[in-house]
Design a protein around this ligand. Structure first.
Ligand SMILES: Nc1ncnc2c1ncn2[C@@H]1O[C@H](COP(=O)(O)OP(=O)(O)OP(=O)(O)O)[C@@H](O)[C@H]1O
Ligand SMILES: [Mg+2]
Length: 365
C-alpha cells in the first residue's frame, strides 16, 4: 500500500545554509505524525514545503499519489495552524471559522451548518459571536483549529500550536486534539520540541536533527530501540557510558570502561571494531543499585562499583545520583516502597547492575 502523504528526499538550502537534507517520510491516511527535534533542526522548513509556503531546492511531495508541489498553495486544501494566534481580529469567531468556506464560495446554509459543527467539535458553540480578543489564548487556538478543519482538508499541518500556552492549558488542548483527530480521522503533521507532547499525541514520531530525520517510529519503538545516541537522549533519560571495544562478535560486545572495569553486553554494533570507542546506553530505570554489604552484591560484567552522591524520594520512585569510578555522574531510578535502599546513604559505596540485554551500543564516543 502506498502512503497517503509521501515526502521524498527533500532538500532546502539558503545560500550556504543547508536547512534540510534527504528528508523522506511516508505518512499513512489518518495518521498523527509528529516532527520532534531541537531548534533549527528543520521541522518548520519541512512543514512549510508541504504547505506550499516554501519551495524545496530538491525532492518532491506526493499526496494520494499525485505530485503536490506543482499545485498552487491556495489550491492545496491543506489546513494550517501556527504557534501564534492567527485569527482575523475584526471578524467574530463564527466568521473566522466561516472564512475558508466563504473564500470557496460555499452556499450560506452549508457555511452555517459547518460553522455550527466545527464550533461544537472544539466545544466553543457559545462563543460564536465573540471577537477573538474576548477569548483566552487556548480558546483562540481552538478556533484556529476549527477554522483549519472547516473545509475538510485531507491534511492538517500544525507548527507548535500549543507552545504559547501554559502547561495546564496545553495538556487540556492536547486531549482535545486527540479527540478531534479520532473524530475527524484527518491526517496530521504536527511540529513540537516537547517530547512529552510528542509521546502523548502521536501515532509515530519523526526525530529531526541537523536538517535530517534520524529515526521514525512509535514512541515505544524510539524509547526501546533508539537508532542513535541523539534519539536516545531526546526521548526519555539515558546514561551514556564510554567504553572501548575488545571484541564485537556473535551479537555480544566485550569492552572496558575508562577505569579498566570489564563489561559485556548483548548490544551489538556492526559499525564498531576492536579498539574503537563507543557509548553504552542504559536507561535509569533499567539499573539497580544495592549496598556493597548486600549479600547479592557481586561484581560481574554488567555492573559497576559507584559512590552514592544523592538520593531523592519521588513518591512512586527513588532517584539515585551516583558517581562512577571515573567520576561520571549517572542516574538510577527504582520503584519506591521496596527495601532495596537499605544501607544506601549519601557518600557510601554501592554496586549498580543491569541486564546485559537492556543495553544499547552507539558508535559515537
Ligand atoms: N529564510 C532563511 N534564511 C536562512 N536560513 C534559514 C531560513 N529559514 C530557516 N533557516 C535555517 O534553516 C534551519 C532549519 O530551520 P527551521 O525553521 O526549519 O527549524 P525548526 O526545527 O523549525 O526550529 P524551531 O524549533 O526553532 O522552530 C535553521 O538552521 C535555520 O536557521
Ligand atoms: Mg520551527
Amino acid at each position: 500500500m502506498t502512503a497517503f502523504l509521501q515526502i521524498q528526499r527533500l532538500r532546502k538550502t539558503y545560500d550556504d545554509v543547508v536547512a534540510i537534507d534527504q528528508v523522506s517520510l511516508d505518512v499513512r491516511k489518518g495518521e498523527f505524525m509528529t516532527f520532534l527535534g531541537p531548534s533549527g533542526s528543520g521541522k518548520s522548513t519541512t512543514l512549510y514545503i508541504v504547505a506550499g509556503f516554501q519551495e524545496p531546492s530538491e525532492g518532491r511531495v506526493l499526496l494520494d499519489g499525485k505530485p503536490l508541489l506543482s499545485v498552487a498553495p491556495n489550491k492545496r486544501n491543506i489546513g494550517m495552524v501556527f504557534q501564534r494566534y492567527t485569527l482575523f481580529p475584526h471578524l467574530t469567531v463564527g466568521e473566522n471559522v466561516a472564512f475558508p468556506l466563504r473564500v470557496r464560495r460555499r452556499p450560506d446554509a452549508e457555511v452555517k451548518a459547518k460553522v455550527d459543527k466545527m464550533l461544537a467539535l472544539v466545544h466553543l458553540s457559545e462563543c460564536r459571536d465573540r471577537m477573538p480578543a474576548q477569548l483566552s489564548g487556548g480558546q483562540q487556538q481552538r478556533v484556529a483549529i476549527a477554522r483549519a478543519l472547516a473545509y475538510d482538508p485531507p491534511v492538517l499541518l500544525m507548527d507548535e500550536p500549543l507552545s504559547a500556552l501554559d502547561k495546564k492549558l496545553r495538556e487540556e488542548i492536547q486531549l482535545e486534539l486527540r479527540r478531534i483527530h479520532q473524530e475527524t480521522g484527518v491526517t496530521i503533521l504536527y511540529v513540537t520540541h516537547d517530547q512529552e507532547e510528542a509521546l502523548r499525541l502521536s501515532d509515530r514520531i519523526a526525530v529531526f536533527n541537523k536538517g535530517r530525520i534520524e529515526q521514525v517510529g512509535t514512541g515505544e519503538e524510539l524509547y526501546a530501540n533508539p537508532a542513535s545516541r541523539f534519539v536516545a537522549s531526546f526521548i526519555g533519560n539515558s546514561n551514556f557510558l564510554p567504553v572501548r571495544l575488545k571484541s564485537n562478535t556473535d551479537g555480544v560486545m566485550n569492552g572496558v570502561f575508562p577505569n579498566g572495569h570489564e563489561v559485556a553486553s548483548g548490544a551489538f554494533n556492526p559499525a564498531l571494531t576492536p579498539g574503537d570507542d563507543g557509548t553504552l546506553m542504559i536507561r535509569p530505570e533499567q539499573m539497580r543499585i544495592r549496598s556493597l554489604h548486600d549479600m547479592r552484591s557481586a561484581a560481574n560484567a554488567a555492573s559497576l562499583p559507584v559512590t552514592v552522591r544523592d538520593i531523592t524520594y519521588l513518591g512512586d520512585a527513588m532517584h539515585y545520583a551516583v558517581a562512577t569510578p571515573w567520576q561520571q555522574e549517572i542516574s538510577i531510578r527504582m520503584p519506591a516502597g521496596h527495601r532495596h535502599d537499605s544501607g544506601l546513604a549519601i557518600g557510601t559505596q554501592a554496586l549498580v547492575d543491569w541486564d546485559a540485554r537492556d543495553v544499547r551500543l552507539f558508535s559515537q564516543a
